[in-house]
Design a protein around this ligand. Structure first.
Ligand code: FES
Length: 176
């Protein structure tokens, strides 16, 4: 390149690639729309999957009664559990029939009749059995079904710690 050409190119205005009005509008509107959609949709996604992100407390036990109060005679105890069902939190009251077996081991039975779900009671007819008032189902002290119901009473997980009885999840009867 000659000196003359060099001199000319140095004084030529810099050519900038200009954005067209159409491109500018597309980028601006596209960006704004994406931003607004993100603001509206992301909280909904988070809301929809929130329960899945919450860590489940496994094996939660609830304090129910002092160990010294448990005898071989089944007794009814009520206790509250904290429940989180999706976004709904509640503290329903549960019932357990707690007693000791011949070896002194503490166990707790669910009061829900395995026939149609009525509430059973201990020894209402004087036979030392659990009785259901709805259709006369009967269960042994261990919860074994004698009549009407086709399954034994469910059992609670039991933990005894420092003289206190704690109950956990309900599971199928392991005693019969
Ligand atoms: S619900 Fe208990 S006997 Fe039917």
């Amino acid at each position: 390149m000659s000196n003359h050409e060099q001199h000319e190119s140095a004084h030529r205005p810099v050519q900038r690639k200009e954005m067209s009005r159409r491109q500018f509008l597309s980028y601006t509107l596209g960006g704004t729309t994406a931003f607004m959609m993100g603001g509206a949709v992301l909280p909904m996604v988070r809301f929809a999957v929130d329960p899945l992100l919450v860590k489940k407390g496994e094996g939660t036990f609830v304090k129910v009664v002092e160990e010294s109060k448990i005898t071989t005679e089944p007794q009814e105890f009520k206790f509250k559990v904290h429940q989180v069902d999706g976004w709904y939190e509640s503290e329903p009251e549960l019932v357990a029939w707690i007693s000791r077996d011949a070896e002194g081991k503490i166990f707790a039975l669910s009061p829900v009749c395995k026939h149609l779900g009525c509430t059973i009671f201990w020894n209402t007819k004087g036979h030392n059995e659990y009785d259901c008032p709805c259709h006369d189902a009967r269960y042994t002290r261990d919860g074994k079904n004698i009549t009407v119901a086709r399954l034994p009473l469910d059992e609670y997980d039991v933990k005894v710690d420092d003289g206190i009885v704690y109950l956990g999840a309900i599971k199928p009867n392991t005693r019969v």
